[in-house]
Design a protein around this ligand. Structure first.
Ligand SMILES: Cc1cc2nc3c(=O)[nH]c(=O)nc-3n(C[C@H](O)[C@H](O)[C@H](O)COP(=O)(O)OP(=O)(O)OC[C@H]3O[C@@H](n4cnc5c(N)ncnc54)[C@H](O)[C@@H]3O)c2cc1C
Length: 405
């Protein structure tokens, strides 16, 4: 048995420091500007590509780390720098995960490099699941993919909404219904390559937070893709549909669940990054700011807030690391630890950033200080990638063994 050890080794510490330096020197200084502009920060993405942070190699390396720790280390540091810019840089990994999780080796080889492009011409990926009437309930999806046998093509029609990088991505991975009667088990994923006719961006949303990250509708109007763009291939889909029709195909939703458990800690790690940023800022401020002739931290009311903020942030990180390790090749889930980590870290980020505003008083409420931005950024972590309510539903189902509604 190896020794039990909860610290980082030298390589992990080096990775953390490298990303932290980028977050501190490149991301933080421009975070306010891109939040105000509400635009994709292309120069920052290009800089990340230039240093190798935004690249297939780097992403493949961190996601294949058998300890599971590399992804949360990177995500926490980037979100500490700025969660919106962090998502602008790493939102592509949602599409990458979709291709990697469902594609054949040939499809992975063909499409993953196109999600990143090159440092001279960076590309983005988008993962399109949500629809106006299918958010938490993905099984009610209406986007249809119909096979046109004569041309050996799939034809997609529908509207996707709230899509990170939607319409500006070079590679869109779209989940569509191929057999609506089978609901969630009658769905498949398709890759839509650059410049495909029929795919367009609908409304671009003006958001409360993470405003450097582009979120928009994606309209699919008779989008035709070659049959080989069906992830996993037609034979595998036909087998899966046959199993679902005969009532024996329960494994797909379980497989999808397992995938979500693996990706949720990465989202939780971003929430930890925001909470840590706010805690650190509030701690410094509380030591500096004087009222009634003493630093405000000398009041227990303030010091205890900071103690709690630190505890909640550290507890979030432990849940995230535990879930990341469990999602790696060495771990294994017992009680939806991925959902636990995302739920707790997301709620913590909202609480901690709220308390940070309180500690700064009026200064916390204005844009001269970053804590109000961090609070706006934090809120998305209780909503996307499964709302807090849905995380609790997942955990409750796993621990009870019952299909609770
Ligand atoms: C900034 C941003 C980026 C996003 N990026 C992407 C993306 O890249 N790709 C993508 O596919 N989607 C993306 N989404 C969509 C996101 O995943 C959904 O918003 C989320 O899943 C919730 O769906 P909904 O908004 O339709 O809310 P609804 O499902 O309508 O939920 C509304 C409320 O009802 C609650 N609720 C729903 N069902 C239940 C239930 N059974 N029990 C208890 N409570 C319930 C929810 O928790 C929530 O509080 C993004 C969203 C945002 C805001």
């Amino acid at each position: 048995m190896p020794d039990f050890f909860m610290g980082l080794n030298e390589d992990q510490e080096q990775l953390r420091k490298w990303v932290h330096d980028f977050a501190e020197k490149v991301v933080r200084p421009v975070a306010h500007e891109w939040d105000e502009r509400e635009e994709t920060p292309w120069p920052v993405i290009e800089e990340a590509a230039k240093v190798g942070l935004y690249s297939l190699d780097f992403v493949a390396n961190i996601f294949s780390d058998p300890s599971g720790i590399s992804v949360p280390l990177v995500m926490e540091e980037m979100a500490w720098g700025d969660a919106g810019i962090g998502l602008a840089i790493f939102g592509t990994t949602l599409a990458v995960a979709g291709i990697f999780g469902n594609g054949t080796p040939e499809q992975i080889g063909e499409w993953l490099p196109q999600c990143f492009g090159t440092p001279d011409k960076v590309a983005l990926g988008a993962f399109c699941v949500s629809e106006p009437d299918a958010g938490s309930d993905v099984s009610s999806m209406r986007t249809r993919a119909v096979y046109d046998e004569a041309r050996d093509e799939w034809v997609l029609n529908g509207t996707k909404t709230w899509i990170t990088n939607g319409g500006i991505a070079d590679v869109h991975v779209v989940v569509a219904s191929v057999e609506p009667d089978l609901k969630g088990r009658g769905q498949a994923s398709f890759v839509i390559g650059p410049g495909t006719p029929g795919l367009s961006q609908g409304q671009k949303f003006q958001k409360m937070g993470i405003r450097a990250s582009h979120t928009a509708e994606v309209i699919l109007d008779d989008v035709r893709v070659p049959a080989r763009n069906l992830l996993g291939g037609k034979d595998r889909l036909d087998e899966r549909l046959a199993r679902a029709r005969s009532g024996s195909g329960g494994s797909r939703s379980q497989a999808a669940m397992a995938t979500f458990e693996k990706t949720r800690p990465a989202v939780g790690a971003q929430a930890v990054g925001i909470a840590r940023a706010a805690y650190e800022y509030a701690l410094d401020y509380a030591k500096e700011r004087k009222q009634f002739g003493r630093a405000i931290i000398e009041n227990q009311a303030i010091a205890f807030k900071l103690a709690r903020m630190r505890m909640l942030t550290d507890a979030s990180r432990l849940l995230v690391w535990n879930a990341s390790w469990r999602g790696s090749s060495t771990g294994g889930f017992e009680a939806a630890e991925g959902s636990q980590s995302k739920l707790f870290a997301g709620e913590t980020a909202v609480t901690v950033t709220d308390e940070a505003i309180q500690i700064l008083g009026g200064a916390g409420y204005v844009r001269d200080h970053p804590v109000e931005r961090w609070h706006r950024d934090a809120k998305i972590f209780t909503i996307f990638e499964g709302t807090s309510e849905i995380q609790q539903l997942v955990i409750a189902r796993v621990i009870s063994g019952m299909h609770l509604q």
